[in-house]
Write a protein that binds this ligand. Structure first.
Ligand code: PMP
Length: 362
């Protein structure tokens, strides 16, 4: 069977080499007579994978030694709650930068725990852009400043991040981690669900500056206290061992590709191709994000009418393209072009968009 052109927003495409590798040892992991899924999480075989994934993520993202790398469960959504539970204390405020639905959800959870305010927002612009860095507000009592680096639904992305010595920045990088070089040391905490650039759903990566651990109160439920997972090296309870195994394969694939520098170049080529197709269509396709804020991961666009959009999606599906429907909350179309989406798939989509345009030009 031929594989389809997968533009899903998450879970999303995985590198074919990774899937083939996992398939080749699914029944018999390294001549051990069983699947990696069947090993104890306390076995030396699993431990090697667990530690290897941690080390390779550190290497690829150039994570400094004063940061912990955790593999947790509960998705990025659980981090929306864990962050304020661990770090939003009485007398302090959580500063949330609002750039779309996911940052709104993070804020809603924090509001249940403590005081918050919005230090910057693009809501008045329907989240079509990232707020101006110079217009952001900070407060003396900020516990932290939370932002969403890439807005999966709206197709916008922070191209550079606010910098401020006095602030602890926390970023949800679920939909663009590992897609570009990152100034890790500008953040106190970074988190990401794996199911876009890192692997399958089931594991959530948290990168946490060690000096924040002393701020955590002692009354948290054990599983929701970051120190539990730091102290037990993400093995306090049974980890999602197969998801972490897949993560380790995706990281090896990323390294083989040449690491983040090379990945970033390929991503730039894919991004350029799609936005050029959109901009060159003389308004047939319209990008929904403002140009300077356009995401390199989620390309969002509309067609001249709802009927044409439906037809576009239908014909695309017939040609083997999946996942092009925009998020139900905003409509339109969206092509998610994460690391594992090959340049050839993006070329095929661009060709299809040209053909569709010429066929249905109005
Ligand atoms: N943040 C962002 C930016 C996302 O794209 C998503 C999922 N699409 C989430 C958070 C929620 O992640 P999860 O489903 O892992 O809880």
């Amino acid at each position: 069977m031929e594989r389809r052109y997968n533009f899903n927003a998450g879970p999303s495409a995985l590198p074919q080499d990774v899937l083939s590798h996992a398939q080749s040892e699914l029944l018999n992991y390294q001549q051990q007579g069983m699947s990696i899924m069947e090993f104890s999480h306390r076995s030396k075989e699993y431990q090697r994978i667990h530690d290897g994934a941690n080390e390779l993520l550190r290497e690829l993202l150039e994570i400094p030694d004063d940061y912990e790398v955790l593999f947790l469960q509960g998705g990025a959504s659980l981090q929306f709650s864990m962050i304020p539970m661990n770090f939003l204390h009485q007398g302090y405020t959580g500063n949330y930068l609002l750039t779309g639905s996911w940052s709104q959800k993070a804020l809603t959870e924090a509001q249940k725990i403590g005081e918050t305010y919005i230090g910057g927002s693009s809501k008045e612009a329907d989240f079509k852009r990232i707020p101006d860095l110079n217009a952001l507000k900070f407060g003396e009592n900020d516990a932290y400043v939370h932002l969403t680096s890439n807005n999966t639904i709206h197709g916008t992305q922070w191209k550079s991040f606010p910098q401020r010595k006095e602030s602890t920045f926390i970023a949800d990088m679920s939909s663009d981690i590992l897609s570009r070089s990152l100034p890790i040391d500008q953040f106190g905490l970074i988190y990401a669900g794996a199911q876009k650039n890192l692997g399958p759903a089931g594991v959530t990566v948290v990168i946490l500056k060690k000096d924040l651990l002393s701020e955590i109160p002692d009354n948290l439920p054990t599983m929701l206290d970051y120190r539990t997972h730091v102290n037990k090296k993400s093995l306090y309870n049974t980890p999602p061992s197969f998801a972490i195994y897949m993560l380790s394969l995706v990281l090896e694939w990323t390294k083989k590709k040449g690491g983040l520098k090379e990945i970033e170049k390929i991503n730039a080529e894919k991004t350029k191709l799609l936005y050029t197709t959109i901009d060159g269509s003389k308004g047939f396709y319209s990008g929904t994000a403002e140009t300077e804020s356009r995401s390199s991961m989620n390309v969002t666009f509309t067609l001249p009418s709802k009927e044409l959009e439906d037809l576009f999606l239908k014909e695309a599906e017939e040609e083997g393209f999946v996942g092009l429907k925009g998020h139900r909350s905003v409509g339109g179309c969206r092509a998610s072009i994460y690391n594992a989406v090959p340049l050839d798939s993006v070329r095929a989509l661009s060709d299809f968009m040209h053909t569709f345009h010429h066929k249905h030009n109005i």
